[in-house]
Design a protein around this ligand. Structure first.
Ligand SMILES: [Fe+2]
Ligand SMILES: [Fe+2]
Ligand SMILES: [Fe+2]
Length: 407
């Protein structure tokens, strides 16, 4: 079974937009690293498939970073204590995701100095790939301020000079040489501008043969991204995965099957992907949110909707995931859709999300008992916000659903 237009290039590129959101104001780090690494690989005449896979590796290299504070560390300094933490986490996520598991070792070592990599017992070819990621990543760190201030064309010679001083220590000499050869022109740096970057990624996608992802592979990718989202806060551990399980079970109880059922599960896994942009200071805040913080929080389901549209443009997944804060009365967000526009699958995901969230501890409250949760859902049905049939189905089998939410 294949989703018609989901190919791996499109999926990774779009999901990278979500990863890059962790940068908040600095939202194209992964894409820039990817494009620079590929350009260096091409200059070194690596085989075309190697150049393509280093592009994907570049896009995914920081998937171990969910928290904005950690992302800031990455953009501040060349090396720092604890840099390996996100490499280990990222490699762990990737190795559990078959479609991209082959990238996990190079991502594990993407902040390891070349001199140390030479002593690390890994394949030399992977060593070079890991170090190419490190090089492109640190070039990006050095260029970020100048990209934002528009001074990159006067500053790039200093960046090249700085990187050369690190040859043989942080970076493999052959990689530094290749970088110095292709980066000594304005065009290399101007290609980093957002619209050119996106255009170039699209054009690479259009030149390669389409590799369609089947449903199991798509679910694995969705699970990978759900882990990144849930790692945002200690309070949301496994939240997306559990919402997906609950939503899937509810859908089965309603007789939904086959392709529809798989889409419900994927929508459940990815419903909070837009939260990558929300600071953990807001997500973990113990008290009530200020109007500004609430507004920031409220944009996440719109971001979810837009990101998923880029991956699943021929399916209902963006709608089912992106509408999870809408209500039957039309007073939710971000579209204020009401009763008529909300498919059964949307209602299922909304109920699953509220049910699991209430069963989980939050910074501002303890875990709620099953009895409390059922009363809460019932009062939302009585006020006209939640779907009565979905809540009734869940109540019929409340113990089972509670286990899916917490066990
Ligand atoms: Fe990194
Ligand atoms: Fe990075
Ligand atoms: Fe959620």
């Amino acid at each position: 079974m294949k989703l018609q237009h989901v190919d791996i290039h499109n999926a990774i590129t779009a999901l990278t937009c979500a990863l890059d959101l962790v940068g908040v104001d600095e939202v194209r780090h992964g894409k820039r690293v990817a494009v620079m690494a590929r350009a260096i690989a091409q200059h070194l005449k690596w085989p075309e498939l190697e150049c393509l896979s280093i592009l994907y590796s570049g896009m995914l290299h920081d998937c171990g970073v969910s928290r904005i504070h950690e992302h800031h560390r990455i953009t501040e300094t060349l090396e720092w204590d604890g840099a390996e933490d996100h490499c280990i986490r990222g490699a762990d996520y990737l190795s559990a995701c078959p479609p991209v598991a082959y990238l996990s070792t190079e991502i594990r070592y993407h902040h390891t100095r070349w001199e140390k990599l030479l002593e690390t017992p890994i394949d030399h070819h992977i060593r070079l790939r890991a170090n190419l990621l490190f090089l492109a990543d640190r070039i990006d760190m050095l260029q970020t301020d100048f990209l934002n201030s528009g001074q990159i064309l006067t500053e790039y010679p200093a960046i090249i000079a700085r990187i050369k001083t690190l040859s043989g220590v942080l970076f493999a000499p052959e990689l530094v040489d290749a970088f110095a050869e292709i980066a000594d022109v304005e065009a290399f740096w101007l290609a980093m501008e957002p619209e050119y970057l996106d255009e170039d990624l699209r054009s690479i996608g259009s030149q390669i043969p389409t590799t369609l992802l089947d449903i199991p592979a798509l679910k694995e990718l969705a699970r990978l991204f759900s882990r990144v989202v849930d790692a945002k806060s200690p309070y949301t551990d496994d939240h997306s995965q559990r919402v997906a399980h609950i939503a899937r079970q509810l859908a089965i109880d309603f007789g939904i099957e086959g392709y529809e059922l798989e889409q419900v599960e994927i929508a459940g896994l990815l419903h909070d992907i837009g939260k990558l942009r929300v600071s953990e200071d807001i997500i973990d805040k113990p008290g009530s949110l200020t109007p500004e913080e609430r507004a920031t929080m409220h944009r996440h389901s719109y971001d979810t909707f837009r990101i998923l549209q880029r991956v699943f443009d021929d399916s209902k997944i963006p709608v089912w995931a992106g509408f999870h804060h809408e209500t039957l009365l039309g007073d939710g967000y971000p579209f204020k859709n009401g009763n008529k526009e909300l498919d059964l699958e949307c209602r299922i995901i909304t109920v699953a999300d509220i049910f699991q969230a209430l069963a989980q501890e939050r910074p501002y409250r303890h875990t709620m008992s099953l009895e409390y949760i059922l009363n809460d859902l019932q009062s939302r049905v009585a006020s006209g916000h939640l779907d009565a049939k979905v809540v009734a189905k869940l109540t019929d089998n409340a113990e089972l659903y509670y286990r899916l939410a917490v066990a």
